[in-house]
Ligand binder design. Structure first.
Ligand code: PMP
Length: 364
């Protein structure tokens, strides 16, 4: 295996080899048009078909009904941290509520605080972001504009196994790091958003699924580019969209459907990869600490440490010598982190597990 197949980066992350080969060819000349994907007009028939297909494929992978608009946005998930409250935290409702379960949900909450009043429904900071609230445990005002949470905390490696229960309250989730990694009960949500650079493709596009009823709540007078209705009304083509990122995202949806066989199959593969890595780490006993507690451990991001910065660095060097990359922990938590996104193969995880086992025998 070479370095590209041993990419454990937290994002932008690994992409399937077949999609990379198609992308390489498309940069030179698209099979359909003979023109480079980088020079295709966003008003061309070809791109309008790609936009249609991207939406159709996402709908069919998720079994998503027409109750939801599917739209492709820019500005990353960070822009959504601001535009979600700008669009939906209206005075007709009680302030929005935020679950703070890690670095990214804290960022979302802080941004909502800059837009207006908001409430913290749960805060895991005191316990060091090692666990999540029970799914039905939150005390949420039934009149709230919405409840926001992050389904998978990319940095701490914490993941909700199922949607948070908030009956009668619009639920909005940032699913940037686990969208399309498993089947999803999308109808439990009023809005879901996810940037592409984990499981969906390169950076530059953020997918948003929005309940059309929620769109009705958006106040008038918002700048057009920040009002979700604008891109929905213009089929995600109001201004120049990221043609390249949306093209690669479309290739990924084909790969999920045709090569993997859908999201249930993807989930089985992802569960097996994560189980294998956690087992190996658990077998090491005290030598290694996994950041997240059971049963909240993420299938996508595994944050761990040998408990000593020099040992962590020595492991990174050992992994690098075997062609592995992207294993550094986030700058806020340090330590190590292996991201096991859709395109990370079981063989790559096996290679990581072998390196870990050998390293532990030598150094611990
Ligand atoms: N939410 C989550 C869960 C993330 O992991 C990240 C970044 N990795 C963000 C939001 C921020 O996304 P962006 O860089 O696209 O603004």
């Amino acid at each position: 295996m070479h370095a590209n197949t041993l990419n454990f980066s937290a994002g932008p992350g690994a992409l399937p080899a077949t999609v990379l080969a198609q992308t390489r060819d498309a940069i030179v000349a698209l099979p359909e048009t003979g023109v480079s994907v980088l020079g295709m007009s966003h008003r061309s028939e070809w791109f309008l078909d790609i936009l249609d297909e991207a939406e159709r494929n996402i709908r069919s992978l998720l079994g998503l009904s027409d109750r939801y608009a599917v739209t492709f946005l820019q500005g990353g998930s960070s822009l959504l941290f601001a535009t979600v409250p700008m669009n939906f935290a209206t005075p007709a409702f009680a302030p929005p509520e935020y679950v703070i379960s890690g670095y990214w949900s804290a960022r979302a909450s802080a941004e909502a605080g800059r837009v207006g009043e908001h409430r913290i429904a749960w805060d895991g900071q005191r316990t060091g972001f090692r666990e999540l609230p029970a799914l039905g445990q939150l005390d949420v005002d039934p009149r709230t504009a919405y409840l926001h949470y992050v389904s998978n905390e990319t940095i701490e490696g914490l993941q909700f196994a199922a949607p948070v229960a908030a009956p009668g309250v619009p639920l909005i989730a940032d699913m940037s790091s686990d969208f399309l990694s498993k089947p999803l009960a999308a109808e439990r949500f009023s809005m879901i958003y996810a940037h592409a650079q984990k499981n969906l493709g390169p950076a530059g596009v953020t997918v948003a699924l929005i309940d059309r009823e929620l769109l009705e709540r958006i106040p008038g007078g918002m700048p057009h580019i920040l009002d979700f209705r604008t891109q929905v009304a213009h089929g995600s083509n109001y201004n120049t969209p990221p043609v390249f990122a949306i093209y690669v995202l479309t290739l990924i949806t084909r790969w999920l459907r045709d090569d993997i066989g859908g999201l249930a199959a993807m989930q089985r593969i992802n569960e097996a990869k994560a189980a294998r890595l956690y087992d190996v780490l658990e077998e090491m006993g005290d030598v290694v600490t996994i950041h997240a507690k059971q049963p909240w451990r993420s299938r996508m991001n595994v944050a761990f440490t040998f408990g000593d910065a020099r040992l962590d660095r020595a492991f990174l060097d050992a992994a690098k010598a075997r062609g592995m990359s992207g294993l550094e922990g986030h700058r806020s938590l340090r330590g190590l982190r292996a991201s096991l996104y859709n395109a990370v193969t079981p063989d790559a995880v096996e290679a990581l597990c072998e390196t870990l086992t050998e390293f532990a025998l030598q150094h611990a």
